[in-house]
Design a binder for this molecule. Structure first.
Ligand code: OSB
Ligand code: MG
Length: 369
């Protein structure tokens, strides 16, 4: 039984080691919310991926934390559940706010896996002991800087290079990269910066033989993606547009894309992520695990999810040392030759670096029933 006795919320601000520019803005740091659930002498932890400003999807850090504190925690504190899915049912009546719900659900899964003394990936049904990873590279100053950044990461063994693009910065970096590296697995991510009126521009990318083009159109669209897909040879990969297994089913049924970037928080937690994985598998569509510049807690969750069999393309879960001088966990999460080892201790298999977290925390709270 899963008994929830107490909860902690912490917020830490971590400076990024690189400037990360996407079509929607520039990030130089992350504000990382952490949730710890305590029960039966064990703790489970999760990391929120919502940002201060709703640039990626609509959820915000302030809105999500308000819900966690005032609506979700009161429904689980002091209560006992059969398993994480039953706990999640206690939040099932609430609409949307999937990243906020995922924070609670993911901590419950970690707690549950630690109580059962198994790695989270194994509990979810995954069998891999290492997962293939690539990198997501932000928009660079020019073509030469792009090729330099690609070279550095190819030399480190990453299995796929993803370039962020936006209108006016798309074919140039892709052409330069393809000329320098004719054989790498290459993709682009537009984060919803285009419309159907850009179909011709986007079709110009077909010649570069990319594995997919990620989320060219609106964050809440499926229909226009299906139209665009009829005009392109390169498969579309959906990120922002997929918030549930139902969305995945509809998207694949209408041909809105052929690949799904699966992010646990965006779909509301690990159980729903597994359902998205299963739907995609039934359609013969590969999935891969996306990233939101996570600290070690979110990164570890992503690695465990990626052990499921239909994660057949490299994910964005690159080495923690790329992002942070000091991480929020004690263990390193480092890929070797593009393979990220799956932590084999129970739960997510990593532990909070409490001293570091305390030294940089902007907020720490305790909640009890
Ligand atoms: O679209 O996949 C995205 C980061 C923040 C918000 C959206 C996205 C991303 C990334 C970074 O691409 C992936 C990572 O390295 O964590
Ligand atoms: Mg994306």
């Amino acid at each position: 039984m899963l008994r929830i006795e107490a909860a902690e919320i912490m917020i830490v601000r971590l400076p990024l080691k690189f400037r990360f520019e996407t079509s929607f803005g520039v990030q130089t740091a992350r504000t990382v919310p952490l949730l710890v659930l305590h029960g039966d002498g064990v703790q489970g932890v999760s990391e929120g991926t919502m940002e201060v400003a709703p640039m990626y999807r609509e959820e915000t850090l302030a809105g999500a934390l308000d819900l966690v504190r005032n609506v979700f925690l009161p429904r689980i504190l002091g209560k006992t559940f059969a398993n994480p899915e039953e706990l999640n049912d206690a939040l099932g009546a609430f609409r949307g706010n999937r990243m906020a719900r995922a924070m609670v659900e993911m901590a419950a899964w970690d707690l549950w896996a630690r109580m059962l003394n198994v790695p989270l990936g194994t509990l979810l049904g995954g069998r891999k002991t290492e997962v293939e990873v690539g990198v997501s590279l932000g928009i660079q100053a020019d073509e030469a800087a792009t090729v330099d950044a690609v070279r550095r990461h190819v030399e480190q063994g990453y299995r796929r290079i993803k370039l962020k693009i936006k209108p006016g910065w798309d074919e140039a970096p892709v052409r330069a990269t393809r000329e320098a590296f004719p054989d790498i697995r290459l993709t682009v991510d537009a984060n919803s910066a285009y419309t159907l009126a850009d179909s011709v521009r986007l079709r110009a990318l077909d010649q570069y033989k990319m594995t997919y083009i990620e989320q060219p159109l609106a964050w809440d669209d499926l229909i226009d993606h299906a139209t665009l897909q009829t005009r392109l040879q390169t498969p579309l990969c959906l990120d922002e547009s997929i918030a549930s297994a139902a969305d995945a089913r509809k998207a694949l049924a209408i041909g809105a894309g052929g690949v799904i970037n699966l992010k646990v928080a965006r779909v509301g937690g690990l159980a729903e992520a597994r359902r998205v994985h299963d739907v995609a598998q039934a359609f013969g569509a590969p999935v891969w695990c996306g990233g939101m510049l996570e600290g070690g807690v979110g990164r570890a969750h992503n690695i465990h999810l990626s052990t499921l069999p239909n994660f057949t393309l490299p994910g964005d879960t690159s080495s923690a040392s790329r992002y942070w001088e000091t991480d929020i966990i004690n263990e390193p999460l480092e890929a070797v030759d593009g393979l990220m080892p799956v932590p084999q201790e129970p739960g997510i298999g990593v532990t909070l670096n409490r001293d570091f977290i305390e030294s940089v925390a902007e907020l720490t709270e305790e909640h009890r029933s």
